[in-house]
Design a binder for this molecule. Structure first.
Ligand SMILES: Cc1cc2nc3c(=O)[nH]c(=O)nc-3n(C[C@H](O)[C@H](O)[C@H](O)COP(=O)(O)OP(=O)(O)OC[C@H]3O[C@@H](n4cnc5c(N)ncnc54)[C@H](O)[C@@H]3O)c2cc1C
Length: 314
């Protein structure tokens, strides 16, 4: 049986690993974070969850749509109803990170396990983690954001040169829990940029319950870039006052925190489903291959697994 290591337990890495495992491969997944899902992220607090990364998922591809339907049948995905919406907005229940749970089920996953170096010996690929653990396999799939993949793989594979073409936008996110509902404010608001490019009442998503309301405010790409290196306290103040200007006087704030995403959404993608070197047995996948969406990450991960399986069966 061929063995594979997948680095990254976001949507791309788990879609890849699931496809390999379902095809009978021996696969292990490594991720540096405590939770699974990567930017499909949910912060749990005493006042309930906040989706501080991806907000919702849409499907254009029939295969991804069918996969979402299956996830919905298990209760881990549900539609987030909005007035006048043209396509279904899917969310994880009770948090966005739950969307990857059906992919992860039954897989061998080690986390937190930050990969520090990768290399080859006569037996295949060797992966060394920060905690001292070492892993070996015939093949390696790297499913992490392009700038991090570039750092890990420079000098290891010529595929790393292809990553220079990819660009990401950053995103500052504010998570605010209010003791009382904001009766008059729209539940969702979107603008092209500025401190409040996305505002959503997270508590209106299915599977979230509790008193009060949790709000997520995401700054746009230009604003986030301008304020990228500012300290979190300053950004927190700026985002809170921008939100208050939008919403009007706020009720009691129970908790608030900010999160800085350095590589949030893909601005310039590779425009290839994945990268694969069949001779060396190494490949890469991620949203950065196809575009700034969870669906792109899923399709890229599946595409890489497909290339790996084809090479094996030659
Ligand atoms: C603020 C924000 C809002 C967004 N909104 C939406 C939206 O509404 N709809 C939508 O479709 N998309 C949205 N996106 C984009 C979407 O979240 C991503 O496209 C998708 O989740 C990317 O999946 P991925 O698997 O390619 O990468 P990631 O989710 O980044 O997964 C990579 C994984 O690799 C791990 N990793 C990295 N380096 C190492 C290492 N050295 N060793 C081990 N593990 C490592 C990370 O911990 C992570 O779990 C948003 C993203 C952000 C940040």
């Amino acid at each position: 049986m061929t063995s594979s290591i997948v680095i990254g337990a976001g949507m791309a890495g788990l879609a890849c690993a699931r496809h390999l495992a379902d095809s009978g491969e021996n696969v292990i997944v490594l991720d540096k974070a405590r939770g699974l899902g990567g930017r499909l992220a949910t912060r749990r607090t005493e006042y309930g969850p906040f989706d501080h990364g991806a907000q919702y998922v849409t499907a254009r591809d029939a295969g991804f749509a069918a996969w979402l339907d299956q996830a919905a049948a298990t209760g881990l995905a549900a539609p987030w109803e909005q007035l006048g919406m043209e396509q279904t907005w899917w969310v994880g229940a009770p948090g966005m990170s739950k969307l990857v749970a059906p992919l992860a089920e039954g897989l061998e996953i080690r986390n937190p396990c930050r990969v520090e170096t990768v290399g080859q010996d006569g037996e295949g690929w060797l992966v060394a983690c920060e905690n001292g653990e070492m892993f070996q396999a015939d093949r390696l799939a790297v499913a992490i954001p392009a700038p991090q993949a570039k750092t890990l793989l420079s000098g290891v594979t010529p595929l790393a040169d292809r990553l220079d073409a990819v660009r990401y936008a950053p995103c500052w996110t504010l998570m605010l829990s209010l003791a009382e509902p904001l009766e008059q404010a729209p539940r969702v608001y979107r603008a092209s940029d500025g401190p409040c490019a996305w505002i959503a009442c997270d508590s209106t998503k299915p599977g979230r319950s509790g008193e009060g309301e949790n709000w997520v405010i995401q700054a746009g790409p230009g604003w986030s870039d301008t304020h990228l290196e500012e300290d979190p306290e300053t950004v927190h103040g700026l985002l809170c006052s921008a939100f208050e200007s939008w919403a009007g006087a706020l009720p009691e704030i129970r908790s608030s925190q900010v999160h800085r995403w350095r590589h949030a959404r893909v601005l310039k993608a590779l425009e290839a489903p994945c990268l694969w070197d069949g001779e060396a047995g190494i490949g890469l996948a991620g949203d950065w291959c196809l575009g700034p969406r969870v669906e792109a990450a899923y399709l890229s991960g599946r595409a890489l697994a497909g290339r790996m399986l084809k090479t094996q069966s030659r």
